[in-house]
Design a protein around this ligand. Structure first.
Ligand code: UDP
Length: 254
């Protein structure tokens, strides 16, 4: 296959030039990292699963009027997205105490929060993605007050929608991370959801057993990582008919 010009390589994805101006191809790798790159590994078939899971969630969000960069899936590991100017802020939305929040405030993991909490982190690997406030974001010009308002309101809509969607398939949405970008059309600009939504950047627990179905299985060496991602895909109604040797294990998930 003719290879396109590579624009950027991240930890879990590669971005290539798209077929038309203003588009990019997002390629999902099997590479997994945690603790700011200190832990590295491969989760076989993860890229294929995240491509499908993110497609499914972004499509449903588009359907309820949340603007996203997602256009369409191209193949097992690639999707066509709109080129956006990424805002260097990671937005974390939390419904239940876990991870860094549980550690910082010495709250037991699994405790429901009195209300959803939104946190911002500055996207800067060299600095370990420090947590920042709205003041930092606007003072340093990473986003304007209006853009941040829009980001907050979109994040809460995404949270409400995904929480319900996941409950419907027996999964508790504990927390997740979103990224946003500016989509330009002449002089007009819209804030749109970018990146991906997958078990790489969500905490998903089985509603009945509290079993973890996300990247914490890799971070904490809990085993059965790919099986957990497959189960999320299966519950979302995704069937993967694999190309040769791409997805290890059963080729059809049902
Ligand atoms: N998260 C992410 N990328 C990051 C940091 C966090 O996708 O660089 C996600 C993570 O998967 C979890 C949520 O954001 O769903 C909250 O993560 P937390 O702050 O608890 O950090 P962690 O414990 O993962 O280091």
């Amino acid at each position: 296959m003719a290879r396109r010009r590579q624009i950027y390589e991240g930890k879990a994805k590669i971005l290539f030039e798209g077929p038309e101006p203003g588009t990019l191809v997002q390629y999902f790798k099997d590479d997994a990292t945690a603790f700011n790159n200190k832990k590295k590994g491969t989760i076989t078939g993860k890229g294929v699963l995240n491509n499908r899971i993110s497609e499914s969630l972004m499509t449903r969000l588009n359907e309820i009027g949340i603007p996203t960069h997602f256009m369409r899936r191209l193949n097992m590991r690639e999707q066509l997205v709109r080129e956006v100017e990424i805002i260097p802020v990671e937005v974390v939305i939390r419904n239940v105490a876990a991870g860094s929040l549980a550690t910082r405030f010495a709250i037991e993991e699994g405790q429901a929060l009195p209300r959803s909490i939104v946190e911002y982190y500055y996207k800067k690997d060299e600095l370990n993605d420090p947590m920042v406030s709205e003041e930092h974001i606007t003072a340093f010009g990473w986003a304007t007050v209006q853009e941040l308002d829009e980001i907050m309101s979109l994040s809460l809509r995404v949270n409400d929608f995904l929480t319900g969607l996941f409950v419907g398939i027996g999964i508790r949405l504990i927390d997740f991370k979103l990224e946003f970008g500016r989509l330009w059309d002449g002089d007009h600009m819209d804030i749109v959801l970018a990146d991906e939504i997958s078990p790489d950047n969500c905490r998903l627990w089985d509603l009945r057993t509290n079993e973890k179905m996300d990247k914490d299985r890799f971070r904490r060496d809990l085993g059965k990582v790919e099986e957990a991602y497959q189960e999320v895909a299966r519950r979302l109604g995704i069937r993967i008919e694999g190309g040769p040797a791409d997805v290890k294990g059963p080729q059809v998930i049902q």
